[in-house]
Design a protein around this ligand. Structure first.
Ligand code: UD1
Ligand code: CA
Length: 454
């Protein structure tokens, strides 16, 4: 079977009241359309045709490089008209699966079940769902024998039809041959003066075909997003599912409603995640890792038994085993911590390699730095890595002790075992195992008097 997927993504989404096309509105930080594309890719279809129109340049740019075919629908004259634009991309023998760019969470298994219902005798299968609140959806009209007769759009429905709880998800699997015939017979004599894709159902019925239907396992799979309220509601439901998936992998989630996952998270057993944590991009958390409240982690790997204390922000970094980070620490990209490293409050690290057991406990900036093992960095230490034009490297050897309030003006090296006296500005390399300091001598002025109030 040759399978072609058509994704409808040309609509403006007037109800969103946004300059961003609806299909680019984010769910878990990923455009709605991208969720649908990922589903289509997982189906292993032969071609994905995306019908674009409103905001075409913006839409194309945000999903480019994924081997998609685009069909332009210059004027958005309805879902049926949108499918017509993809005419040239499927043949009579193909099975065509129609997905909607604003229905992001359909499962691959649900679509495979639907596709399994289509054959020569049954050229059309429809994914329907029974909702408590069917507001906004097309209603599925069945006869007394429970056989599908048609779909009636909400705006065209009478009061009896409005009461129907079984609705159109929009998702249809249909043989190419009949799809072409039925589309060419569509008209726009309806409340919205649009060419409704849904009208092909009644055509199939009048051609004597029995419409096949299936339903998804769960409602969330077919929820469409038309406005910001539905977007927020779907986001929360989706987040709940993501949190549940983590718990199933063995994570302790303190409050599933106060965790946000915007990427791919891998956890192993006994990970604990406290409230108001945001996880973005690719995240991997080892055994017994604890993430404190109000942390944001993006593209981070944390090895077993490390603790991230509250209010820390980590991005693009690797943390070894038995490390403690924060509270209030910021780890910026290309930071690699070996095992047993301690990073304390108000410490910022950038492009820093820190070897085993080293400590940067208070109020420091360490950037473009290679740091050895067992180093102790005093409070308020700054690597001056930027001369206003270029960035320079700081090298700190094993067992170094840097006194508080030191500036290391890069490029500079503090050799292993060295101690730097507090309050120093180090502009030249400091030798091994020696005390180096640069500090004006302390004096006490004789005869000085406290000023008095005038
Ligand atoms: C549609 C269905 C409705 C169903 C609902 C499910 C029709 C007529 N109605 O209604 O039965 O219950 O979806 O979510 O099909 N689009 C285009 N070009 C257009 C119009 C729309 O590409 O000219 C795209 C939109 O970008 C969107 C999708 O088609 O991704 C659905 O359009 P929308 O206007 O949201 O349809 P609904 O009113 O939700
Ligand atoms: Ca919709």
């Amino acid at each position: 079977m040759t399978l072609k997927v058509i994704i409808l993504a040309a609509g403006k989404g007037t109800r969103m009241r946004s300059k961003i096309p609806k299909v680019l509105q984010p769910l878990a930080q990923k455009p709605l359309l991208q969720h649908v594309i990922n589903t289509a890719q997982a189906l292993q279809c032969d071609e994905i045709i995306t019908v674009v129109g409103h905001g075409v340049e913006h839409v194309k740019a945000s999903v480019e490089g994924q081997n998609l075919t685009f069909s332009l629908q210059e004027q958005q004259l309805g879902t049926g008209h949108a499918v017509m634009q993809a005419d040239a991309h499927y043949s009579d023998q193909d099975t065509v699966l129609i997905l909607y760019g604003d229905v992001p969470l359909t499962k691959v298994s649900t679509l495979n079940t639907l596709l399994g219902l289509v054959d020569e005798q049954h050229p059309l299968a429809l994914l329907t769902v029974t909702l408590n609140d069917s507001n906004g959806y097309g209603r599925i009209v069945r006869n007394q024998n429970h056989i599908v007769q048609s779909i009636v759009e909400q705006k065209d429905a009478n009061s009896e039809q409005l009461a129907i709880k079984e609705v159109n998800t929009g998702i249809i699997a249909v043989k190419g041959k009949q799809l072409k015939q039925w589309l060419s017979a569509l008209d726009n004599n309806n409340a919205q003066s649009e060419y409704y894709l849904t009208d092909i159902i009644a055509m199939a019925v009048s051609d004597g075909f029995l419409i096949q239907t299936s339903q998804p396992e769960s409602e969330i799979e077919v929820l469409g997003v038309n406005d910001k309220l539905q977007l927020q509601s779907l986001e929360r439901q989706y987040q709940r599912l993501c949190a549940e998936a983590l718990m199933q992998q063995g994570a302790t989630v303190i409050d599933a409603d106060r965790l946000d996952i915007r990427g791919d998270v891998t956890v192993v057993s006994d990970v604990t995640i406290d409230v108001n944590v945001v996880l973005e991009g690719k995240i991997s958390l080892g055994e017994n890792v604890t993430i404190g409240a109000n942390c944001l982690l993006k593209n981070v790997e944390i090895a077993a038994n490390s603790v991230i204390h509250p209010f820390s922000h980590l991005e693009g970094c690797k943390v070894g085993r038995y490390c403690t980070i924060g509270p209030y620490a910021r780890l910026r990209p290309e930071t690699h911590l070996a095992d047993e490293v301690k990073i304390g409050n108000f410490v910022e690290l950038k492009k820093a390699n820190i070897a085993q057991g080293s400590k940067v406990n208070h109020l420091s900036y360490i950037g473009d730095t290679d740091m050895g093992k067992g180093v102790n960095i005093g409070a308020g230490t700054i690597t001056c890595n930027y001369d206003g034009v270029n960035k320079h490297q700081t090298i700190i050897g094993d067992g170094v002790f840097i006194g508080s309030d030191t500036q290391l003006v890069a490029p500079v090296e503090v050799a292993s075992g060295a101690t730097i006296g507090a309050g120093s500005t180090i502009t030249k390399n400091a030798p091994k195992n020696k005390l180096t300091l640069s500090r004006s001598k302390q004096i006490t002025l004789q005869g000085w008097q406290k000023p008095s109030k005038q």
